[in-house]
Design a protein around this ligand. Structure first.
Ligand code: HXC
Length: 510
């Protein structure tokens, strides 16, 4: 018996070596951890249970029958993150460059099926060279099995992809269909076709970083929802993110102990809005002062910075925040901001995370670049996303809520539950100057008349009270009481239920 147990130990030890010491050293020399080291950091200590450690590929072409490595380039299994079940797969770059073979794909699909049955999140750690070139169509079919399961699981369990090395060819589309993608700065890159193919086809000369590094995907393409400095920081941030997320679409948000009084008032918020309505202020200050313990996980913080999205907690429970940022482009809604916020709103709604919206928006961004780029369709995405929400929606207008953007930013009329305004709110079709120049065009040139008309318009419309008098907002609240009022509204709405007509699925403008 002893001999049999030792043999098992030996086989396990062999499998854990992956592609061997030399390749592990090379991995470390590049500033990257190995697949198993990454899993150890991501999950609670000692909680990882591996599946399919001894699986080998079945390929015989190009001498592959003589090169079998247990595990076949991907480590799969489950463990816990702060006690909550989490499924994980990590591509092992030391084994055939983490490339995907038929059996490698089957290991991932087994994990996907298990995660879906267990209704628990799945995290994929990528460090891989695409389809196993020696396998051909078996590898391509393998990707399709994975893709289909990504789609079936979408909206049922959270799916997170973390790019920690190369992610090329077939490897890019599974992450693209998950809920979030994060990257490691400088050591990861992601593209459909690499620099060599780009040069051949288009004559462009680019480096891997210029083509698909974190600097590109977290700022320009919006493929990544965030980037962190190294493997360790990235994995610790993923643990933090998981603490905000429900395990599935029926369980509801996790609840953590909080020592932050929901009655807490913040006097400094009474002076957050500058006297000059055109002067910016940082909306993140409001978010940080409202959430429990100032703990806010921001998503896409370097893309479309004119809108802020992310998770915080109130009374220990996760809340999604969407807020116009007056510090960037005056908080205007453009195509990128609309797409960014729409995707976030839909994630929250799919997983029953209530949404708090802070509004300070001068409208949609005018111009040919925006119109040619499909602003109408992109703006409609956010409008559609909010309108289809069945989760609790609480909206606070801090300053401007002009034009169509008033409607889009979780107005009561598209389905928000509680809509508050600060006394500094200005709810109007447009700003006073623009309005007066249109309705009193005949007076342009008469400075005195225009000034009087502007004042008249400001007095009448640039306050929250016209909207409050008609019930378009529910109350005008003191800024210092914002946390308390939101907490009370969310408590009141905790069992919110909305019936929606049966349909196969909607047809959101894509
Ligand atoms: C088999 C692969 C491999 C692959 C890498 N390796 N990619 N083996 N299939 N796709 C192996 C290498 O042979 C090498 O083995 C080891 O992994 C490390 O690779 P290196 O090239 O030495 O590493 P590096 O210089 O860091 O370059 C990494 C890389 C490069 C950029 C990922 O390996 C590369 O370009 N690979 C091919 C990428 C690719 O074209 N993939 C197919 C995409 S098509 P040894 O034994 O020397 O250590 C595709 C279609 C699917 O995916 C579409 C589905 C929708």
């Amino acid at each position: 018996m002893k001999h049999i147990l030792e043999a098992l130990d030996q086989r396990r030890a062999g499998a854990k070596k992956g592609g061997g010491d030399k390749r592990i050293e090379a991995q470390h020399a590049r500033g990257k951890l190995t697949a198993r080291e990454r899993i150890e950091l991501l999950l609670d200590k000692g909680s990882f249970e591996e599946f399919d450690m001894f699986v080998e590929h079945r390929s015989v072409e190009f001498g592959m029958d003589k090169t079998k490595i247990p595990g076949d380039g991907v480590v799969t299994g489950w463990g816990t993150v702060n006690g909550r079940t989490t499924f994980v797969f990590a591509k092992d770059f030391t084994v055939f460059g983490g490339s995907l073979s038929e059996t490698h794909a089957l290991k991932i699909t087994k994990l996907q099926d298990m995660a879906l049955k267990a209704r628990a999140p799945i995290i994929g750690l990528y460090d891989a060279g695409g389809a196993r070139i020696q396998e051909g169509v078996a590898a391509l079919a393998g990707y399709s099995y994975v893709f289909r399961r990504n789609v079936i699981a979408s909206g049922v369990i959270p799916q997170i992809s973390v790019i920690m090395g190369p992610c090329a060819g077939g490897d890019v589309y599974s992450p693209a269909m998950t809920d979030f993608i994060f990257m490691v700065k400088n050591t990861s890159y992601m593209f459909v076709t690499g620099p060599d193919v780009v040069k051949t086809v288009t004559n462009e000369v680019v480096t891997a970083e210029e083509l698909g590094g974190a600097s590109v995907h977290a700022t320009k393409s919006s493929i990544a929802d965030g980037a962190f400095s190294d493997d360790v920081e990235t994995l610790l941030q993923m643990r933090r993110l998981l603490d905000f997320l429900p395990s599935n679409n029926t369980e509801g948000v996790p609840e953590w102990p909080s020592f932050d009084d929901i009655e807490r008032t913040e006097e400094s918020l009474d002076t957050l809005i500058p006297a000059n309505p055109n002067q910016p202020y940082d909306i993140k200050e409001l978010i940080l002062k409202v959430v429990d313990e100032g703990d806010f996980f921001e998503l896409a913080d370097t893309f479309a910075k004119n809108i802020v999205t992310g998770f915080g907690r109130i009374a220990g429970k996760t809340v999604g925040f969407v807020a116009n940022q007056p510090m960037v482009l005056a908080g205007v809604l453009d195509s990128d901001a609309s797409r960014k916020a729409a995707r976030f709103v839909r994630f929250c709604d799919a997983f029953n995370i209530p949404i708090v919206t802070f509004v300070d928006v001068p409208g949609f961004l005018p111009g040919t670049a925006q119109e040619y780029g499909g602003l109408i369709k992109h703006g409609a995405k956010l409008l559609f996303a909010y309108s289809q929400c069945t989760v609790p929606l609480v909206t606070v207008i801090t300053r401007k809520a002009y034009g169509g953007a008033f409607d889009v930013m979780a107005s009561k009329e598209i389905g928000a539950d509680m809509n508050y305004a600060w006394p500094t709110a200005q709810i109007a079709v447009m700003g006073a100057k623009g309005a007066v120049e249109i309705i009193f065009r005949q007076d342009i040139g008469d400075a005195e008349k225009i000034a009087a008309r502007t004042k008249e318009y400001e007095d009448r419309f640039l306050s929250p009270f016209v909207a409050a008098e008609r019930g378009y907002i529910d109350d005008v609240i003191m800024p210092h009481s914002t946390r308390k009022r939101i907490a009370r509204a969310l408590a009141m709405l905790k069992d919110k239920h909305v019936d929606v007509p049966m349909k196969k699925h909607d047809n959101i403008p894509l």
